[in-house]
Design a binder for this molecule. Structure first.
Ligand code: SAH
Length: 215
């Protein structure tokens, strides 16, 4: 006898329950994560694991982050409907799509051209017209669109990149993993104040490294 497939509604409920139990409690964030189907961003043999709380392989040797980490990072960003957001590390486009439900405007950059092209198609198909996906090295940010109210990195740098600190608006928030690529990293929340920057360590995380150049 084979197991009956789990109905979609039940899978969705389990998905949201897992998020809550891992500290994603902000109602707006949960609503955005309910609206964006992670199954649309995971292809091939891993597709049936899309609703599990784990990172999964995507194209170009990269990964889609663990949903609870996406939720915690989104929550830490304290996004408002007026926010202009920069994401470094488009990957599958999942994080950007969630941000698009919460903020006014999203710019997302990835160094892999193929991932940017794929995610553009997905955003179009999902009707997410407030996202601009750009191929480039995100360590330099996007000076022509700066300043940003919020900046999020989904690849780990040893330290917050200077150009990104400079492109953060006063009063703005940046969330990023910092640390060596092969060790446990720390999720850092940076707030730009009138007089400088305030740093808060949130939790241990593990992300792919922020690398140089376009591929
Ligand atoms: N946010 C993604 C997960 C991204 S994985 C999602 O929701 O699926 C990290 C991504 O960062 C990879 O796609 C990698 O190509 C990208 N990356 C690494 N270094 C980069 C850089 N300097 N500029 C832009 N993207 C970079």
């Amino acid at each position: 006898m084979t197991d009956a497939p789990i109905p979609d509604a039940e899978r969705k409920m389990q998905f949201l329950f897992q998020l809550r139990s891992k500290g994603v409690t902000d109602t707006r964030v949960l609503k955005a994560m309910e609206a964006i189907d992670r199954g649309d961003f995971v292809k091939g043999i891993f597709a049936d694991r899309a609703y599990e709380d784990m990172p999964l392989p995507i194209a170009s040797g990269q990964t889609i982050s663990q949903p609870s980490i996406v939720g915690r990072m989104t929550q830490a960003l304290e996004i408002t409907p007026k926010s202009k957001v920069l994401e470094v590390g488009t990957g599958s486009g999942y994080q950007a799509a969630i941000l698009a439900k919460l903020a006014r405007r999203i710019y997302t950059i990835d160094r892999h051209r193929a991932l940017v092209m794929e995610s553009r198609k997905l955003f179009e198909r999902m009707g997410l017209h407030n996202i601009t996906a750009i191929a480039g090295d995100g360590s330099f940010g996007l000076p022509e669109q700066a300043p940003f109210d919020r900046i999020v990195l989904t690849a780990a740098a040893e330290d917050p990149p200077g150009p990104l600190l400079a492109q953060l608006a006063i009063g703005g928030i940046m969330v990023l993993p910092v640390g060596q690529s092969d060790a446990v990293q720390t999720l850092l929340k940076v707030r730009r104040l009138d007089s400088g920057y305030d740093y808060e360590e949130l939790m241990p995380v593990r992300f792919v490294p922020l690398l140089e150049g376009l591929v």
